[in-house]
Design a protein around this ligand. Sequence first.
Ligand code: G6P
Length: 616
Amino acid sequence: MCGIFGLITNKKELPIAKLIREGLERLEYRGYDSAGIAIVNKGKIELRKNAGRIADINKEGWFDAMEGDFGMGHTRWATHGPPNAQNSHPHLDGADKIAVVHNGILENFMELREELITRGHSFKSDTDTEVFPVLIKEFLDSGMALKEAVVATINKCKGAYGIVVCHADTPDTMIVARKESPLTIGITPGETTYCASDIPAFLPLTRMAYILDDDEIAVLNPGKVAIFDVIKGNKIEREPITVEWSIDAAAKVLDGKEYKWFMHKELHEVPRKVREQVNVPQENIDDFVKTILDAEHVYITAAGTAFYACLAGKFQMTRFGGPFMTPIECSEFKDHLPKMPKNSCVITVSQSGETADTIEAVRYAREKFGAKICSVVNVVGSSLTRYSDHVLITTAGPEIAVASQKAYCTQVTALSVVALRIAEIQGKMSQEEIDKYREALIATADVGDVILKREDAIKAVAQIISKKINFFFLGRGLSMAAAYEGALKLKEISYNHAEAYPAGESKHGPIALINEGYPVVFVAPPDETYDRLIGNIMEMKSRGATIISVVADFDERVTEISDYTLRVPIENNKYAIAMSIVPFTFPLQIMAYFASDHNGLDPDKPRNLAKSVTVK
Ligand code: G6P
C-alpha cells in the first residue's frame, strides 16, 4: 500500500511539483488517507503534507506552487498512526536535511526508535518510517556518504520497504531501495529519472523502465541510474525494459467516450480483455500445466477478488481432468499449513503481483518446502513473477479502480485456458469436444459485449436494491465463485452488507434472517445445479425474500419465481453453459458499480481499501 513518486531532472523548466503531484494521483489507488511532497530547493527541503485526498489538499494549487530542483511525494494508506498531517509522509530527520518516503512496514521500528531516543533523538510522528531519516542522519554524522548511510540504515531495518531518500546538501541525487515492497524506476536518458511504486505512474512521461529487486539500492541522477546489490555491495548491470502498456489506462476515456468513473470504463474493457486473454499465446502454458499435473498435492491461493477467481479456476481445472486442489486464502496459508508435503505445487493468482500475503505464502511454500509455484499475474515484472517457476500473464492491462473486475475476468479466463490444456494433455476427452469448449470460452467475450449493451437493465435493478442494508448471495458449485465475487463487490464499493453462502447451506442459519423484502441474489446458470437451486429459491421466497437472479436469457423457471433478473445471453448448449462463469459474474460486478454510483459513492476509491495490499 502507499504510493511513492519521485523525480530528478536537469530540465529545470519542468514543473517539478505538478509532475510529482500528478504522478501521485496515478498512484492514489494504493492509498488515499493523506499525501505529501518534499522538494529540495537551494539547499533546503520544502515540505507540504496533509490528511485527505490529493485533489482536496491541492485545491488552491498548494502542492503545485512548490518550487525546487527535485523531490518526491507519497500517498498514504495508514498503518502506524492515524491519518493526520504529522503522520503523513515525507518524514524528515531532526535537522530537516533528509527527506524519506516509505511504502511497507518496519517490524523492528519500536526497538530502533527507543534506541534513537536514548541517544537524544526526538520524533514528530507515530510512524515506523521516521526512523529512516533519523538513522541516516546518524550514519552521515559518523562520516559516511549518503549511499553508504542508506545501506547502513536498511541493514538495521527488519521488514518491508520501498524508500526514496534525498538530502538537501546532495544536489541532483536521490537514493531508492527496496525489500518486499515494489519500486520501479523510469528514465529519459540524459534528462530525467523517475521512481514510483508502479510503472503506470510514470507511463505518460516515459516508457523506459528498470524494476528494482529485493535487496537492491539505486542512485538516481538526472537521466542516469546506477543499481547496486545491498548484500554483496557490487554494481549491477541491468538493461532497461520498454513498457508496451497503453497510457490510455490513465484516462477515463474508452473508444472516445468519457466515463464518470474508472470502474465503469474498466467494466467496458472486460469483453476485449477476455478476448485477448483467450487468444494470447502463452509460451509456457505447457510447463505450467505439467507442473500442476506432476505434483502430488496442489494448493491454490490468492487474496480478495483474486481468491474468488481461484475458486472458479480450481473448479474448471478439476472438471477438465486436473487434480483435486485445496483452496486457501493466502493470509491463512502459513497458519493452515504448518507443514507441506513433498512434491507440492502452489497455484497463485494476483493482479498486482505484490500482495504481501500472497508473496509470503509463495515464499513460504517455495523456500521452506520446495513447492513449485505457478502464478497467474497481471503486472509484468512484479515481485510474484520473480518468486514463481511458471507465470501466465493476464491481459487486463493497468486496472485503476481499487475493486478489481477486469483482472478477475481475465484471471478466470486464463485458468479456463489452463483447464482446457489440461484436458488436451490428459487426452481423455476428444479434440473435437475440447475445441467446442474453447469456442464457447471465446464466445464469452461476445456475451460480455451484449451484457454491456443492455447495462441499463442492470442499472435499473441496482437502483431499486441499492438502499437495502443486508444481502445474501447464493449459488451452488461453480456459481459460488460468482456469488462470493458479487457479494464482495457490493460490500466494498456500495457498502451494503452482503454475504455469500452455498445455497444449500443457507438453511443452516442464514435463513433465520429472512423476512419480508430481504434481498437474496441467486446465481442460477442452467447447469447441473439448476433444479436443486430452484428448491433453495423457493425456500427463501416462501419466507418473503426479494429474489434477484442471474439467469440465462432463455431461462423461464427461475425467471418466473424471481422479482428481478439479470440476464445472460449465452447459447443453450452444454459447452456455453460450462464456460459461463465470467458471463454469470459480470452482471453482478456491473450491478455493484451502479449501486455505488446511485448511492453517491466513489466506486474507484472505496473507504479504507487499497488496490495493492503490500502489508501483511
Ligand atoms: C485488494 C484489492 C482487490 C484485490 C486484492 C488482491 O483487496 O482491493 O481488488 O483483489 O487486493 O490483490 P492482487 O493484486 O493480489 O490481485
